[in-house]
Design a protein around this ligand. Structure first.
Ligand code: HEC
Length: 138
C-alpha cells in the first residue's frame, strides 16, 4: 500500500515546491510599481508638458558685448598681454580698425598670432563676437 503513495507524494512535493518558488518570483506588476522601477530612465516629457521658457539656454538669447568681453576677452585685452590691443586704447584700435571691419572681424573669428580663434569664446555667434569687438574698440 505504501508503494502506491510514493508517486503521489512525489507529485505533491513537486507542486508544493513550484508554488513556493512561484511565490518568491511574484513581482508587483501594477503601473505605479513599474513606473517606479523604471524611473531613472523612464522620465518622458511630452511636447508642451515642460515649460521650456524656464530653461536658461533657451531664454538667454545673444549675450551683449560687455558680457562677452568680461567673460572671455578681458584676460588679455584689459592688460595688453602678448601685445593684445587694450580696450579703450583709441590709438591702438584706430590702426587696427583702419584695416576694415571685415578683416578685424575675420582675425577675431579665426584668430591671429597670439589672439585665439573667437577669443576663446567657443560658443560665441558671429553677432556676439561683433558686439564684443564693438565694446573693445569703443
Ligand atoms: C589669450 C589672449 C586673448 C584673448 C582671450 C582674446 N584676445 Fe583678442 N587679441 C589677442 C592678441 C595677442 C591680439 C593681437 C594679435 C596680433 O595682431 O598679433 C588680439 C587682437 C584682437 C583683435 C584685433 C584683430 C586685428 O585684426 O587687428 C580683435 C578684434 C580681438 N583681439 C578681439 C577679441 C575678442 C572679441 C575677444 C573675446 C571674445 C578676444 N579678442 C580675446 C589676445 C587675446
Amino acid at each position: 500500500m505504501t508503494q502506491l503513495f510514493r508517486p503521489l507524494q512525489f507529485v505533491l512535493s513537486v507542486l508544493a515546491g513550484a508554488a513556493i518558488s512561484l511565490n518568491a518570483m511574484a513581482v508587483d506588476m501594477s503601473d505605479e510599481a513599474i513606473s517606479e522601477r523604471i524611473k531613472p530612465v523612464g522620465n518622458v516629457y511630452l511636447d508642451g508638458e515642460l515649460d521650456i521658457a524656464k530653461a536658461p539656454e533657451a531664454s538667454a538669447g545673444p549675450r551683449d558685448g560687455a558680457t562677452i568681453y568680461n567673460t572671455f576677452c578681458t584676460a588679455c585685452h584689459s592688460t595688453g598681454v602678448a601685445g593684445a590691443p587694450k580696450r579703450g586704447d583709441a590709438d591702438e584700435w584706430a590702426a587696427r580698425v583702419g584695416k576694415g571691419e571685415d578683416t578685424v572681424f575675420a582675425n577675431a573669428w579665426n584668430g591671429i598670432n597670439a589672439m585665439p580663434a573667437k577669443g576663446t569664446c567657443g560658443d560665441c555667434s558671429e553677432d556676439e563676437i561683433k558686439a564684443a569687438i564693438a565694446y573693445l574698440t569703443q
